[in-house]
Structure formats: C-alpha cells, structure tokens
Design a protein around this ligand. Structure first.
Ligand SMILES: Nc1ncnc2c1ncn2[C@@H]1O[C@H](COP(=O)(O)OP(=O)(O)O)[C@@H](O)[C@H]1O
Ligand SMILES: [Mg+2]
Length: 262
C-alpha cells in the first residue's frame, strides 16, 4: 500500500472556457486531516467533486490508494455543502443513514444499529424515526454527517459541513470529527471558510488560490494534543497560525496572472 492515501497530479478542470483548477498537485498521507481553505469560487467544491469521482477532470489525475479513480470510489464518503439535497425525503432519518451501509453487507438489524449509533454520536439519538423534512437545517446536516460516519470510509470528504449549524453545535461537531479521526484513523479532507476552524481541526492547512486555482500554501499545524475548544484556541501558536492563514487567504483572492488594462 502506498504511504499516500491520495495523490493529485496536475489536476486541471475547466467548465467550458473557464479554467477553475490549473495543474494542481497535492499529496495526502494516510490518516491525515487536511483543512482546505480559499476564497469563494476558487474551486474547493470542484476539487472535492473530482476526488469523489463525481466530476471527470479536464486534465491530470487523482490516485486513491494507488489506483487512478474512475467513478465513485467505494471506500469514500462525502458530506456535501448542500444538505437539503443530500437526504432522501421518503426515508426516515435512520434509513437515510443506514442506506449506504448496504454496500458493506451485514444484516438489516446490524445496519440499523450502526445508524442509531452514528445518530447518537452527532447528538441526534431519538430522531431516527423522523423524516428529514421534520428536522431543522442544522439537524439535517448532522444526519448527513452521521450517514458518512456510519459508513466508516477510509477517506472522508467534507464540504463546508458546519455552515448551517449553530455555534455550539459547530464546536461539538468539530470535536466529533477530531475524535473520529483519532479513533478510526480516517483520512479526512475538510473544506471550510472558517479560518479558525481550519487550524483547530487540521493537521495541515492547504490554502487554495483563484485565477488560476491551485495550492498557494501548505501549513503544518503543530498544536498540543488533545486539542480542546478553550485552551487550543488561546494557544499562541494557534493565534499566529490563524493570522497567517487569514493573510494568505486574502492574498489568494487576487489573481496571480498580471492583468494588463489597455
Ligand atoms: N457546474 C458548473 N458549471 C459551470 N461553472 C461552475 C460549475 N460549478 C462551479 N462552477 C464555477 O467554478 C468556480 C469554482 O466553483 P467551486 O468549485 O464551487 O468553488 P468554491 O467551492 O471554492 O467556492 C466558480 O466560478 C463557479 O461559478
Ligand atoms: Mg464550495
């Protein structure tokens, strides 16, 4: 097995004549939690879609576990930004969470038990019999997180997963991701627009830039473990890193190409 879970080489993607990602490369060692930040529209969601096999890139390749991906890989789960379209309204919450587990085999009872356990881990025990539309936006997003966790993927992709939840829940879910990452050794790519969050959860923060989209900076995060919401965020290294990331993201919004006005 390759030491890198994920290898992205010269990845280029254009929508028509709009090139979003240009020859970007990234290596992700097995078990790493990578935070991805960057200005709006720089191609973060496009990148995750290419890795998930949902978008076929215009150029370059994505290698997962030593194999170039072609289609949606089995060992992967995705939590999308748009929770409202990610759950099936005609299934109960528990059945939504249990559905992907069919690919893993096991009995119906085992799948249901795994779904209930995942719902409990996101603070939704007791909501299993409800339908998604009976829940608030933030709760629906927690259901999609539970569904991804129940699947126990070796690679978890999350696209601004906590955007629709309140601040307290957000902190709880950040800590849940840290716990799952530590306990299960999952490799995780988390896209966020929250700079503090990128530093708080990440082993490394990757800053993407725009026009053309690609990696502008990679910063390792060395903060004392275990991290916790109060002491970690007050740590001087946290404060200096978040300032550095913030400056980089602002700089990354500017094009690298020289634009000549005539
Ligand atoms: N399906 C699509 N068709 C055409 N353009 C798209 C499509 N999806 C995204 N884009 C454009 O590509 C750029 C990058 O989008 P996206 O990957 O969603 O960025 P981010 O997630 O960083 O905000 C944006 O300019 C967006 O408008
Ligand atoms: Mg996006």
């Amino acid at each position: 097995m390759s030491e890198n879970m994920l290898e992205i080489d010269g990845l280029t993607h254009s929508y028509g004549d709009h090139t979003v990602l240009e020859k970007m490369s990234l290596r992700v060692p097995r078990g790493e939690l990578v935070s991805i930040v960057g200005p709006s529209g720089c191609g973060k969601s496009t990148l995750l879609r290419c890795i998930a096999g949902l978008v076929r890139p215009t150029g370059g390749r994505v290698v997962l576990d030593g194999t170039a991906i072609d289609g949606v890989p089995d060992e992967l789960a995705v939590v999308f930004q748009d929770y409202s379209r990610s759950l099936l309204p005609w299934l109960t919450v528990r059945d939504n969470v249990a559905l992907p587990l069919r690919r893993r085999g096991g009995s119906r009872a085992e799948r249901r038990a795994a779904a209930e356990e995942a719902l409990t881990s996101v603070g939704l025990d007791g909501a299993g019999r409800k339908y998604p539309w009976q829940l608030s936006g933030g709760m629906q997003q927690r259901v999609s997180i539970a569904r991804a966790l129940a699947y126990r993927p070796s690679l978890l992709l999350m696209d601004e997963p906590f955007g629709s939840v309140d601040a307290q829940t957000r902190e709880d879910l950040e800590d849940l991701v840290l716990r799952v990452h530590r306990d299960e050794g999952m490799t995780i790519l988390l896209v966020t627009h929250d700079i503090d969050e990128s530093v708080y959860v990440g082993d490394r923060v990757v800053v993407l830039g725009r026009d053309p989209g690609g990696v502008r900076a990679e910063l390792p995060v060395h903060l004392p473990a275990p991290r916790d919401q109060t002491t970690t965020r007050a740590h001087p290294d946290f404060v200096s890193l978040r300032t550095e990331v913030s400056t980089l993201v602002r700089g990354a919004a500017a094009p690298t190409k020289t634009v000549v006005h005539e």
